[in-house]
Design a protein around this ligand. Sequence first.
Ligand code: ZN
Length: 371
Amino acid sequence: MSIARNLIVLIMLTGLSTTHKEGMSKTVKDIHSRIYTIDSHCDTPMFFPYKIDIGQDNKTFTVNPLLLNKSEDDGPQDYQLKVTIPQMQEGLLDAVFMIAYLHQGARDAKSSEKAVQKTENILKELIRQIEKNQQTAGLAKSFADLKRLKKAGKKAIFLGIENGYGLGKDIDNVKKFADLGVRYITLSHNGDNDLCDAATKSYQEHNGLSDYGKEVVREMNRCGIMVDISHTSEKTSFDVLEVSTKPIIASHSSAKAVHNHPRNVSDKLMRAIAAQGGVIQVCLYSPFLKKGGQATVSDAVDHIDHIVTTVGIDHVGIGSDFDGGSELADAKGAADMPQITAELLRRGYSEKEIAKIWGGNLMRVLEKQKK
Ligand SMILES: [Zn+2]
């Protein structure tokens, strides 16, 4: 990005910054109408036990403080969802990956079977809600689905699973979940499981990917499910790159060189992921973005800049982790996503580059999963 180009962009974008749609600049609106915008990670289904509906307007409800990483002593907490269909409409966001999240629990046969059942229940409830909201949204399994839905003025919901624990000990569950529509599986969460070692709460039990984990990666390749290395240890991630015949993703991780956190991706790993055509989806969780305090859109875009500088424009995207703990000072949910576009424009990114960051790169990786 040349200085001259930055100057031109600056002149074009004077008065760009505002939070709500009414004040959103025409440039940002126009870009969002032409490109595909995808958030690769949100944990909204985690709130299904509270009888929420992804199609509802934002209502406040009371949740267990543990869900919001607070202590029991804090008492019940008021909460508003950050990702709903109305908020996606307000934020001109075309698609999200909604995730069936499994907390890492005991790994005996019975507990593992329960984790599989729980995964299936969450996914089926999500599918039920998507069908219930078919006037405004639809289930997406491919880039073609997203294109069709956007054309019809609807939001696209992709399915993912966060934690391979949800596969239990039966490799056939990969195919079962692929058939339900799952398009990526995060191999672990916080803590080792039967598949691999995690980045946090790990005893380095397998020294990377286990034999079962290798089998799972091959089966995911066969079934068209993207392998997600967010949450896995660095050694696990390199093992995955050795086994996988398809490009992989980090669905919600940021850059370790910008802020040193075990959940972030090192430059070395970033280069290896990029060399195989994969993508790193920058997470909007403050502790991954900067040291102390609440991060801003600008902090998040610093991570995007670093990935672009290190491995190029074709290997970066956005995975917010909204409703999983993320919130930026100036972008609190799906309704505020245009703030990111505005910041990218301010820094001199072209529409073509923004289209890659906002979803083009991720859809390229998804398409590559097909045989
Ligand atoms: Zn996560």
